[in-house]
Ligand binder design. Structure first.
Ligand SMILES: Nc1nc(=O)c2c([nH]1)NC[C@@H]1CN(c3ccc(C(=O)N[C@@H](CCC(=O)O)C(=O)O)cc3)CN21
Ligand SMILES: CC(C)C(=O)C(=O)O
Ligand SMILES: [Mg+2]
Length: 275
């Protein structure tokens, strides 16, 4: 059902498609992309949602956290992904400090992501403190995906990337935040690195779909960073990550073969040059 059918033009995934998948048995698949080529591959493979994550700060730019990412950088990455996506819904992270100062500034930045980058919606980290801002953006006609649990933009407040909401009071707060975000108009919600039973509870109590990363099997969908699941980022091995390829080794071997062929003069051969 969800695998690609190359015989006909693929039907575009919309936020409504994603919302409707909550009731279906079919789970929502989401992966990150930051550039045209990767977006095209992942889109053609049949992914439902492409997330232009601010994890671009780590994966693309080599920063230690997502905190340095700017609107300009996220708009650039998003515009590249949008050009590579034919079927998938493209959601862009609003970067740290682009939505916290005032709701007006947040709306302006959400609007830039739609108009300048061509995103189909935006994602914002946080609970209660961002609920009014979410409502304002949704009222303007911009789809918003929420993000609770481990919220990497707040790493300097937490100090670690450990599992969130293990205490009963934190779990209760997260459930309340989730309901408030649904009320504010979020069309879906990312749950990052929280106990699976809590994610299951949130999922059953909300009418919008949850998309988990390290949040167990009961979520309505799953998301991973593409570079992680392809094995392009070997140092990163949290328990929730499943590797589907060893692209690091594949690329290393290809590059080493090229170097060797250049050194020995094997490349280029007669067919690879002009008379
Ligand atoms: N490459 C990449 N993949 C991601 O999943 C990702 C990013 N970057 N950048 C932004 C956030 C940060 N995320 C993270 C970061 C760390 C862990 C984590 O589990 N880290 C350690 C545990 C550290 C601790 O216990 O304090 C690990 O087990 O690897 C999980 C998600 C998820 N996001
Ligand atoms: C890990 C996902 C949910 C994310 O926010 C990102 O890639 O930035
Ligand atoms: Mg992010």
């Amino acid at each position: 059902m969800s695998t690609q059918d190359t015989s006909e033009k693929p039907k575009k995934v919309t936020t409504q498609t994603v919302v409707d998948m909550k009731g279906d048995n079919e789970k929502i698949s989401m992966l990150t992309a930051y550039d045209y080529t990767m977006a095209r591959i992942v889109d053609r493979a049949g992914i439902d949602v492409l997330l232009v994550g601010d994890s671009a700060g780590n994966v693309m730019a080599g920063h230690e956290t997502t905190v340095p990412m700017t609107m300009e950088q996220m708009i650039y990455h998003t515009s590249c992904v949008v050009r590579g996506a034919e079927r998938a819904l493209v959601i862009a992270d609003l970067p740290f400090m682009s939505f916290q100062v005032t709701a007006n500034e947040a709306l302006t930045n959400a609007g830039r992501m739609m108009k300048e980058a061509g995103a189909h919606g935006i994602k914002m980290e946080g609970g209660k403190p961002v609920v009014d801002t979410v409502a304002k953006i949704v009222e303007a006609g911009i789809p918003v995906m929420g993000h609770l649990g481990l919220t990497p933009q707040s790493i300097y407040q937490f100090g670690t990337y450990q599992v969130r909401a293990k205490e009963e009071s934190e779990a209760q707060q997260l459930l309340e935040d989730a309901k408030a975000l649904e009320q504010a108009g979020c069309f879906s919600l990312v749950l990052e690195k929280i106990p699976a039973p809590l994610a299951a509870k949130v999922t059953s109590e909300l009418s919008i779909p949850t998309i988990g990363i390290g949040a167990g099997a009961e979520c309505d969908g799953q998301v991973l960073v593409t570079h992680d699941m392809l094995g392009l980022n070997k140092e990163f091995k949290p328990r929730f990550l499943r590797r589907y390829a060893d692209m690091d080794s594949t690329m290393t071997e290809a590059v080493q073969q090229y170097i060797s062929d250049v050194k020995t003069g094997d490349f280029p051969n007669k067919d690879e040059q002009y008379e």
